[in-house]
Design a binder for this molecule. Structure first.
Ligand code: 5AD
Ligand code: SF4
Length: 347
């Protein structure tokens, strides 16, 4: 197990040439292949709505941004995306949205979770990424059939957290929520942004130690990318965009070496900084990708940061695992994925 000093030494090594990290990445891939296997797991991402009650200083869909067209997918759109994921052999979907805590929202999510379970014969796994909620909401959604939850800590340092959020956003509350989720029985994922203004190499080493101490099941980390007009976009990051990409890859590799059997996502933000960013994430030790299944018309409005890719990456060339729970479904799955690959080619 690496200690803080060793983590900092690797994270703090000179940046600029990805080739200098080749051994680190290869070591992480070797550990991944030996523990969770060499397959990339797909989660279909459905971005339900960009309405959010929070006002995080870095985020494009913060409540204070009046320049965003707010949208809400209809139930039918959500169910159609989930059904598509199921028929394509995806093991699970991730339902993500800005944070809302009103009763209508809680009820609607509960009902959508139930309907997705039933349309997929209980097979499709459901991951939620819906922010901080009352324990009761987490409990109801879990009972309805959701079994994983993503809630990024964003920055584990309380000081850094305070600098990138308005004063009424509480890191303690977020930590409490992570605790509730675990107690309610979810597989819990968290993560941070990499290359934030004010962030230090020491902060990043501490983020990794935080993940280990919290014994997380999943992690999604990505480079921070300015969104024009947000308060944080006016503050210079200590790292260039290329450096953030490289640091994010180092974080993925170090986390894989430290927590060999967790699921680590290769995130869209990597893709936003490099045309093959998500491939690089996989080559640094990640094992999960989340192709976007949000209906195209709404996609452009779910912009957390600049240059968020609207087009999904090409999955050919990946050793993709389509985990369908039916024992006899392998034929079905490969048939569907072939059909899908041929539609992709026609686009
Ligand atoms: N750059 C990178 N990631 C961002 N997120 C929000 N805003 C940005 C940004 N400007 C991330 C946060 C959030 C996730 C859904 O998107 O980490 O948890
Ligand atoms: Fe809302 Fe999440 Fe953006 Fe914060 S980061 S404003 S909680 S969508």
């Amino acid at each position: 197990m690496m200690d803080r000093e060793e983590l900092m030494k690797i994270l703090g090594a000179p940046l600029g040439d990805l080739a200098t990290d080749r051994e680190l990445f290869a070591g992480a891939v070797e550990v991944r292949n030996r523990t969770v296997g060499d397959k990339v797991y797909l989660r279909g991402l459905i971005e339900l709505s960009n309405r959010c009650r929070k006002n995080c200083l870095y985020c494009g869909i913060r409540s204070g941004n009046s320049g965003v067209d707010r949208y809400e997918l209809t139930d039918n759109q959500v169910l159609a995306a989930a059904e598509y994921a199921w028929r394509s052999g995806y093991g699970s979907v991730v339902m993500q949205a800005g944070e809302r805590t009103d009763d209508a929202f809680t009820d609607r999510i509960e009902s959508l979770v139930r309907q997705i379970k039933s349309l997929s014969n209980n097979e499709l796994g459901i991951t939620l990424s819906l922010g901080e909620q009352e324990r009761e909401a987490y409990r109801r959604w879990f009972r309805a059939g959701a079994h994983r939850y993503l809630l990024r800590i964003e920055a584990s340092s309380p000081e850094l957290y305070a600098k990138i959020h308005p004063a009424d956003h509480s890191q303690k509350r977020r930590l409490d929520c992570l605790g509730f989720l675990k107690e309610e029985g979810y597989q819990v994922g968290t993560g941070v942004m990499i290359g934030l203004p004010y962030q230090t190499i020491g902060n990043l080493a501490d983020d990794l130690l935080f993940f280990m101490a919290s014994d997380i099941d999943m992690c999604g980390m990505g480079p921070y990318i300015e969104y024009p007009g947000t308060p944080l976009s006016g503050v210079q990051s200590p790292f260039t965009r290329n450096e953030r990409l490289q640091l994010a890859l180092r974080m993925i590799a170090l986390l894989r070496l430290s927590m060999p059997d967790i699921n680590i996502a290769s995130t869209t933000a990597l893709h936003a900084l490099h045309p093959r960013g998500r491939e690089l994430g996989i080559a640094a030790g990640a094992n999960v990708m989340m192709p976007n299944l949000t209906p195209a018309a709404a996609r452009g409005n779910y912009r957390l940061y600049e240059n968020k890719p609207l087009q999904d990456m090409d999955l050919r060339g990946f050793n993709v695992a389509l985990e369908n729970a039916w024992g006899d479904s392998h034929h079905f799955v490969s048939r569907r994925s072939k059909a899908r690959a041929s539609t992709e080619r026609r686009k």
